[in-house]
Design a protein. Structure first.
Length: 163
């Protein structure tokens, strides 16, 4: 299982580096049997995966300062799963199940919170239930990509699947 890139807004150097790093992460250890486990057990699995993502990015792209659970706005208390701060830009990586509503919700809220800076936004969806609609999720990746370009930002959408 690896993250499969389904959408990207452009071919800029920084986005390409982030995409290359995430595309190389093997996810079987985390998501081959998590479905059917309790929500608390799934949260532990996702947190361990989140740590791996942050570590891999820190090793691959050390000129960006990487953090987990970064809260850019104390009023909303929304935290970003993996956050990177570079020279004049930020990176937002959000992890969620294959749900189009979550893709849209996180994209809109994070872009609004970070509207004063250049943003590289990454949606990284992991397997949910069999009833979750992957094609709809991919359709919303396209919408996010289009909006990111219009705002002079960058976007990539991944769904974790089998090799």
């Amino acid at each position: 299982m690896i993250p499969e890139l389904l959408e990207k807004s452009d071919d800029c150097n920084t986005l390409s580096k982030i995409i290359a790093c995430i595309s190389d992460i093997e996810c079987s250890e985390f998501f081959s049997d998590h479905i059917g486990k309790s929500n608390s057990d799934q949260r532990i699995i996702v947190t361990e995966f989140q740590k791996l993502i942050a570590f891999a990015l820190d090793v691959s792209i050390p000129d960006i300062d990487w953090k987990m659970e970064h809260c850019p706005n104390n009023q909303t208390k929304d935290s970003i799963d993996v956050f990177g701060e570079g020279d004049g830009f930020v990176v937002v990586i959000e992890l969620y199940k294959n749900r189009a509503d979550q893709v849209a919700k996180k994209f809109v809220s994070r872009m609004a919170m970070l509207s004063s800076t250049d943003v590289y936004f990454i949606s990284l969806c992991y397997p949910g239930t069999d009833r979750m609609n992957k094609p709809e999720c991919a359709k919303y990746f396209g919408y996010c990509s289009t909006l990111a370009r219009r705002m002079n930002n960058h976007y990539a959408g991944f769904i974790i699947g089998k090799r």
